[in-house]
Design a protein around this ligand. Structure first.
Ligand SMILES: [Ca+2]
Ligand SMILES: [Ca+2]
Ligand SMILES: [Ca+2]
Ligand SMILES: [Ca+2]
Length: 438
């Protein structure tokens, strides 16, 4: 099912890694404060204390009582009366009122308690962990889910904090779950990423005719290597877009995306397969945000003659948005609908695929029928400048417009990513009808 422009956005769950009180992060006040401390009874006046002390001395029946301090697991109390280090005012006061009932804490009661980050299980103090229920007195282990990381939050509850590498919770039934963990966990598998160092010096692009159609089927990508988007451009200043809000690598609970690249005689194909906690396809057309440039999707750099330098003829950067719109900068004539195509497919509420193709005659600026020696027509062994990024936009928290949340590249494009093509990666075509020879 194609996604029509501006048809939807899905605001995901709040990022569970954000905020000091977030699940999985130690709460700043956790620790010794985990003991339950009973409220003291109202203190009497000094005169009252004097009378009380005199009375108890006369009667010979003074009981001194420590302040009651009970460990969180309910063990405490102990034999009355042998607490030694009691201050005179507290002991004298409470002795008359409650001494008869006993119940003072033992002087060495600390040996029976556990620290604030511990729980008593099987008679010993253990660090709170999913294995002992995160502090639940029952010590029953937290539940488990497929390919899902379970942790403890500051409230001593089990919580689903993340997914195993290459997996995603696309249907949103797991991440952030607290307490009784249930569901199918991180059910979506992106595939096994290439083990080649990232980014490779030159991306090897296999020959593989791909069908880009409205089924969104990606089984035709079978055998084409999968690569992670893993690089941020911290020093970028993109003149054409609002700055990226997320500094550093976004957590995988915000953006986790992969790509594949293939070619045939007519097109270069790029597939994005990714998790994004807030899907957004409503990029506005205000100002520099030209629709597809300001929504979730792909940004592809195409240096069709491997020339480097600044954006221009046969050097374009093309945004293909989740709305299936596209927007190109640079190059020669603007691309037509036959030059750039993107088909989006939603996976649950938090994942999407974007299957795209770019016509070689557009990439190499030979739409007029020219040839470009060494670059057009495409052949195995030919090299091109290339880069690709996953763009993460979210609806603005103010409710107006959009925010450039995060961005992950294959290769860091350098500090002037809107026009400088001299820091792109390289791709080389392999396979194909000519047997792989240049
Ligand atoms: Ca799930
Ligand atoms: Ca396909
Ligand atoms: Ca996101
Ligand atoms: Ca987004």
């Amino acid at each position: 099912m194609p996604i029509m422009p501006g048809r939807f956005f899905v605001r995901g769950r709040p990022n569970p890694r954000m905020g000091p009180g977030a699940p999985g992060l130690p709460h700043p006040r956790a620790g010794s404060a985990d003991r339950r401390v009973r409220l003291r009874p109202p203190r009497r006046s000094s005169l009252g204390r004097v009378w009380a002390l005199a009375a108890c001395l006369l009667l010979g029946a003074c009981f001194f009582k420590l302040e009651d301090v009970l460990p969180a697991d309910g063990i405490g109390g102990g034999a009355a009366g042998d607490g030694g280090d009691t201050s005179a005012n507290a002991g004298g006061t409470s002795g008359l009122q409650t001494g008869g009932s006993g119940g003072g804490a033992a002087g060495d009661s600390n040996s029976d308690t556990c620290a604030g980050d511990e729980v008593r299980c099987g008679g010993t103090c253990q660090k709170k962990s999913p294995q002992n229920g995160c502090g639940n007195p029952s010590c029953t282990p937290c539940g488990t889910l497929p390919h899902t990381t379970i942790g403890c939050n500051s409230e001593g509850q089990c919580v689903a904090t993340g997914c195993d590498s290459s997996y995603a919770d696309c249907d949103g039934d797991a991440l952030g779950d607290v307490g009784d963990i249930a569901g199918n966990g991180c059910e979506y598998y992106f595939g096994q990423p290439s083990t080649a160092p990232q980014p490779p010096a030159v991306l090897d692009v296999p020959f593989k005719p791909i069908v880009v159609d409205e089924t969104g089927d990606i089984s035709d990508w079978s055998g084409v290597p999968l690569y992670p988007f893993a690089v941020v451009c911290d020093n970028c200043k993109d003149d054409s877009l609002p700055p990226v809000l997320e500094s550093g690598t976004p957590p995988r609970t915000d953006l986790d995306a992969y790509f594949r690249v293939a070619w045939d005689q007519t097109y270069l194909y790029v597939l994005l397969d990714g998790y994004d906690n807030s899907l957004f396809s409503q990029g506005s057309t205000d100002g520099n945000c030209a629709g597809a440039a300001c929504e979730d999707g792909l940004l592809v750099y195409l240096d069709g003659r491997d020339a480097g330098g600044t954006i221009g003829n046969a050097k374009s950067r093309v945004f293909v948005g989740l709305s299936e719109r596209f927007h190109a900068q640079g190059g020669g004539a603007p691309p037509g609908s036959e030059d750039v195509t993107g088909i989006a497919k939603l996976i649950g509420n938090s994942c999407y695929r974007l299957e795209t193709r770019f016509r070689w005659s557009y990439i190499t600026a030979t739409n007029g029928g020219d040839t470009a020696e060494g670059h057009f027509p495409p052949k195995a062994g030919q090299q091109y400048g290339f880069d690709v990024a996953a763009e993460d936009w979210d609806p603005s928290l103010s409710g107006v417009g959009e925010e450039h949340q995060s961005q992950l590249f294959w290769v860091d494009p350098g500090k002037n990513p809107s026009f400088d093509f001299s820091h792109l990666g390289k791709m080389i075509l392999s396979g194909g009808p000519d047997g792989g020879t240049p």
